[in-house]
Design a protein around this ligand. Structure first.
Ligand code: TRP
Length: 341
């Protein structure tokens, strides 16, 4: 196949992917897919916070596959995998849970923040008692996702770093105490580790309602940019502050002409540039990024049987590796109870 490293990364199927996913992760995957053996995982075991809305999860699985294809991931060169289609993920997660302490989960800042955000109002008194057990242990699933194909690199947004660290620690402990099975996976963070929301909140996120989605129409993008937060109000000729303006954050992330953005920033700080000029520029920039994706997506949408087939083929490729890894794991754990000797 290719001589590079083995990569695994993934996303939770909860809805359409947005610019934050693109700049933080997918964009770097587009390059990595040419140099490495890549597994792109649709993690439908990690969405127990959406247990009440299974139809949405099931359709989001295909949304993710379409968004990835539209963005330019090549599902024939790399493997798209649905987590639950490879049940060894769950088996390995259960064994890995032996080698990860409750303390390690409790200290995981990403898990902590997410648990706080899905806590229901009446949970406060019972310290989150209605959060599913599966949600609390989803980092174990992620450890298994990474270790099952024995991945060496994990390209992710920076909020996923604690989970990769958990995979490293768990792998190290298993290798030391049970047997040398796993490489220690390394995280790779994308070019824009965190993208602000259209409302100026620190992070773009579906639950915050401040996203621009990869599949948004040109009209939707124009509307979202028009109503986007662009720093505190200021008079027509008053100097602006670049750092407080998410429109500039997006231009920095997506404008292919950094010299022109520099010039714009300079004029903005001197005053004389209204937010309209910035926003018009951004709308154009996003359109040239997203229009080719919309076109490719429409093509794939017309060919769903093919999409289904490539996901099946990718999942099967992972299953071959999964069987090999599980044989090593069972052997190291001494699980050959019924083996005839
Ligand atoms: N938890 C990741 C997210 O919320 C998605 C994910 C699932 C993942 N399994 C993974 C990321 C394995 C990297 C590696 O985006």
């Amino acid at each position: 196949m290719n001589s590079g490293k083995r990569i695994l990364t993934g996303v939770r199927p909860t809805g359409p992917l947005h610019l934050g996913h693109y700049a933080g992760a997918i964009e770097s995957w587009l390059t990595l897919q040419h140099e490495h053996e890549c597994f792109f995982l649709i993690a439908d075991w990690q969405v127990s916070d959406h247990a009440g809305d299974l139809p949405r999860v099931r359709s989001a699985v295909w949304e993710v596959a379409l968004d990835w294809l539209a963005a330019g991931l090549d599902a024939e060169k790399s493997s798209f995998v649905i987590e639950s289609v490879v049940p060894e993920h769950a088996e390995l997660a259960m064994w890995m849970a032996w080698y990860c302490s409750i303390g390690m989960l409790d200290r995981n800042p990403t898990l902590k923040a997410e648990m706080a955000s899905i806590e229901r109002p009446d949970d406060a008194a019972t310290s989150g008692r209605s959060i599913p057990v599966a949600f609390y242990i989803y980092p174990m699933m992620q450890v298994a996702d990474i270790l099952l194909p024995r991945a060496e690199l994990v390209p992710v947004g920076d909020n996923q770093l604690p989970h990769v660290e958990l995979a490293r620690e768990t792998a190290r402990r298993f290798n030391r105490e049970v047997g040398p099975v796993f490489p220690e996976p390394q995280a790779l963070v994308g070019r824009v580790p965190r993208l602000v929301g259209t409302d100026g909140q620190a992070k773009m996120g579906k639950s915050r309602g401040n996203t621009i989605n990869l599949k948004d129409s040109a009209d939707e993008v124009a509307r979202k940019v028009r109503t986007m937060f662009a720093g505190p109000p200021r008079g027509a000729r008053e100097p602006g502050i670049v750092a407080d303006n998410p429109v500039f954050a997006y231009l920095d992330a997506f404008d292919a002409q950094p010299a022109e953005v520099m010039d714009l920033k300079e004029r903005y700080q001197r005053s004389g540039v209204g937010n309209q000029e910035l926003k018009d520029r951004l709308t154009g920039v996003l359109d040239s990024l997203l229009e080719p994706m919309r076109e490719r997506r429409a093509g794939f949408e017309r060919n769903m049987p093919w999409v289904r087939d490539v996901v099946e083929a990718g999942s099967k490729r992972e299953r071959v590796l999964a069987a090999q890894t599980m044989a090593l794991v069972r052997d190291a754990l001494g699980l050959g109870y019924l083996r005839r000797s």
